[in-house]
Design a binder for this molecule. Structure first.
Ligand SMILES: *[C@@H]1O[C@H](CO)[C@@H](O)[C@H](O)[C@H]1NC(C)=O
Ligand SMILES: *[C@@H]1O[C@H](CO)[C@@H](O)[C@H](O)[C@H]1NC(C)=O
Ligand SMILES: *[C@@H]1O[C@H](CO)[C@@H](O)[C@H](O)[C@H]1NC(C)=O
Ligand SMILES: *[C@@H]1O[C@H](CO)[C@@H](O)[C@H](O)[C@H]1NC(C)=O
Length: 311
């Protein structure tokens, strides 16, 4: 019986690691004027139900497409006329808490914006940046990278030939003394995103345990979105940053959260939804059964495994 439970547990972990989708922005830009249309689409790499989520720049509000700001159909979310308040970070999330890469979108009231790819670009591609004005203009555009002037173009277009890691950075443009917002041009990482492995490797945990969150690679940051406070933050706010991840000492119930690893270019690993239970609340993990439990009868089995081996 124990063997069966362990096998179930192992297969669950494998499923988590492979559950992926990627967020596509149509058009493929990260800056927009107000009243333009944006379509966000979750391209499934594995099957599942995916919804577009966002965290807004103003007001720091987290919500999904069905909460009023978009029209959802088949893992696609359409925003017909965007406003400045739609600026923020967007990603796809599955019903089980797995998430895709994240993409920053800036909707500007500025008369000048920079048309720059929203998604990371492939190394070796030619990339054209366009400095757009709200009203027709025949003036030339200045382009800047990381705050430094690069060049002036009469056509208001600047092409980056054979993009390489050296071209990664923050770009903006300026026409007639009016600056666009700055946006990142990101170069795709060749490697597959890493896998977040929690230790102990379980999605249900009792309080006062140490939780080790291992990204398997250096340079990625462990982030979480908490179940109760709905707070999005990085390891340094609640844990100890270590070379390949994060250690959370003496877990408490408020540490219940969706955890993932994120690269400096906002690419994401799998996510793991970890729930921390109080020592006297074991009964509560069993009843009432949630929808999640009905889909995942092994959640309860895992709680039992945890209990048997840890206490
Ligand atoms: C994570 O799991 C908890 C408990 O099962 C659930 O209430 C919460 O909605 C889940 N979070 C996400 C983002 O799926
Ligand atoms: C977005 O555009 C860039 C540059 O045109 C391209 O390299 C990249 O593959 C595009 N991404 C998507 C998801 O369409
Ligand atoms: C990039 O532009 C150069 C010069 O116009 C051209 O020779 C090359 O084929 C282009 N590369 C790609 C990947 O489009
Ligand atoms: C832009 O257009 C205006 C009016 O049509 C003209 O006076 C001005 O010389 C033009 N400037 C440039 C840089 O072509």
């Amino acid at each position: 019986m124990k063997t069966v439970l362990l096998l179930l547990l192992l297969s669950t972990c494998r499923t988590s690691a492979n559950s992926r989708a990627s967020l596509k922005v149509i058009p493929n830009w990260s800056q927009f004027f107000e009243y333009e249309k944006i379509t966000l689409s979750c391209d499934e790499i594995t099957s599942g139900e995916w919804t577009v989520w966002r965290y807004t720049t103003e007001g720091l509000k987290l919500s999904d497409c069905t909460s009023g700001w978009g029209t959802e159909s088949f893992s696609t979310c359409e925003m017909k006329t965007v406003k400045r308040s739609n600026s923020g970070v967007y990603w796809c999330q599955s019903t089980h808490g797995h998430s895709s890469n994240a993409i920053n979108i800036a909707v500007s009231e500025n008369p000048v914006i920079l048309q720059i790819p929203a998604a990371p670009v492939v190394e070796g591609d030619n990339i054209t940046l366009l400095c757009r004005t709200k009203n027709p203009s025949n003036r030339s555009a200045d382009f800047f990278k990381d705050g430094t002037f690069i060049k002036n173009e009469n056509t208001r277009r600047m092409t980056i030939y054979q993009a390489s890691k050296a071209h990664q950075g923050s770009y903006k443009c300026s026409i007639g003394g009016r600056d666009s917002p700055s946006s990142w041009l990101l170069i795709q990482d060749d490697a597959e995103p890493p896998t977040l492995t929690p230790s102990p490797n379980t999605v249900q945990l009792f309080e006062y345990k140490n939780l080790n969150l291992n990204c398997g690679v250096q340079g990625w940051t462990v982030k979480r979105f908490t179940t109760f406070a709905k707070d999005l933050s990085s390891c340094k706010a609640w844990g100890q940053v270590i070379s390949h991840g994060c250690v959370l000492h003496t877990t408490k119930q408020p540490d219940s959260a969706v955890y993932w690893c994120e690269s400096p270019t906002q690419q994401r690993s799998n996510s793991v939804n970890i729930t921390v239970y109080g020592r006297n609340s074991h009964q509560r993990t069993m009843s009432p059964p949630t929808e999640e439990d009905e889909h995942h009868p092994y959640d309860d089995a895992m709680a039992d495994v945890t209990t048997e081996h840890s206490f």
